[in-house]
Design a protein around this ligand. Sequence first.
Ligand code: ASP
Length: 592
Amino acid sequence: MLKDTNCGELRSADSGRKVRLAGWVHRRRDHGGLIFIDLRDASGIVQLVLNPENAAAHAAAHRARIEWVLQVEGEVRNRDAATVNPNMATGEVEVVPTTVSILNEAATPPFYINEPVDVDENLRLKFRYLDLRRPEVARVIYLRHEVVRHIREFLYARGFIEVETPTLIKSTPEGARDFLVPSRMRPGSFFALPQSPQILKQLLMYGGVEKYFQIARCYRDEDTRANRVAEHTQLDLEMAFVDQEDVMALIEELYTGIAQKFGSGSLLQAPFPRIDYQDAMNRYGIDRPDLRFGLEFVDIAEPLRGSGFQVFAGALQAGGQIKAIRVLGRADMTRRDIDELTEIARSGGAKGLAYIGFTPGELRSPIAKFLSETEIASIKTLTGAEDGDMVFIVADQPAVVARALHEVRTSLGQRLGLIPEGVLAFAWVTGFPLLEWHPDEQRWDATHNPFCGFPESSREHLQPGGDPGKAASFQYDLVCNGAELGGGSIRISNRADQELVFSLMGHSPEQQADRFGVVLDALEYGAPPEGGVGAGIDRLIMTLAGTENIRDVIAFPKASSGSDPLMGSPTPVDAGQLEELGLLLKPSAPQA
Ligand code: ASP
């Protein structure tokens, strides 16, 4: 064994122990006489002290440079009180080596490993194996491992079995674009990488597996945006003979445990509050509200219906809404803050952001002069504003009010410091509609998942002559701190209902048979009532680690451009490979 002890585990109780360590030179201070080396391995860092009396060890330490690989034998001793370092886990001890062997030398790294400095993301990813040596980077990868291990153990203990589903499957439209894999055996035909194991996990339930889970990789060929990646990992889970409450209770217990064990702070509320979808839209303008702070929307339309102020009256006449956010004690907000918030509202689609500052004496408001005293008094009453408060208002179509005011609310939460550190505000959002109308394509689409079930009371809305937009669903989403951590549903469990939904979505019987025939057929052979969830692991770790960058929680992520600076992929392939696959590139595509 090249090492018998981990650097980061040494404590005062180990004083006097002879140890064999191995690791990397994290830092080195050569004072001519004494040399100090911080030796780092996966467990942490310990200080080595070399004095010139041990000439061979001292000479090796003198030669060693940052990131060289050393093996050390020596004795642990307590540091003098004056040199104890309370910022280091091993800060009470140091190791006095008897031998230092250089196992490998290292070129100068392209960036600092021993300091948490900002490094260009492409450079970090190109040298990801060096980036992973940085303790703050490694910490998140270890956290991820521990969380996944906790999930597995929790589910094993409750009778779940882990089943791998194939990653070469049939292309099925699931919302996003599929990644395609050409078949060599059947030129011209393609496999697709799964967007999620949805169909396969349902087939497992039909196959008699009652409790399944998988830490599943899912692929979506989308244009990469800030926190989107082409491949993500989700806890994919399905259970037979359950209702909505059963699945939610299980996931709530799991996530409460994770938050308590790995969260840096506290749960805002347990049990998790349940919010109705429409209620969330009304109060926060979004179906994944951040509940760590207030600033809820207030509907102030009623007293303004007949207003002489055309911006308000006109918006209402056109079927729009007028909603406000009251900000406590900030009537004196700076001009600059107001301008920035106005820009934010505009980028959310609004034409502007109206405001009334209830400053004593004259109101601070460019719109007050267009409103009657009664109208202003009503706005004050409805929003609960008092002297000294500020009220922001957006009047527009409902979707615009929701989007713009949500952005304003989020920005206010941040700029006013209303978001408490370390708090995890989980909630369930339920009561989603089953279908939503897509005007561009003139068809209904599932709000979440075409397999999502609906209550009997909604059946009438799905029949000819009904309004499918009124149908309720068995969908539930888990949200935390303004992010969607997962979602799932109780599924449809008979063929007729599944065909009904597919038909409303505009799939002809032939298309249904071609794309979903396997599910439709399987539903005829005694499918149990069943449901499950898909919950993003990357997003969960981001929340726990307090990072906004999804690349921080993945060992080998793609760059934000979607390519991989480490392996240099994607790459063109040579003509022979294309020939075997029966593929011909367009002349405009780069050739190998
Ligand atoms: N298949 C869904 C998803 O990937 C999750 C589910 O409904 O279980 O988001």
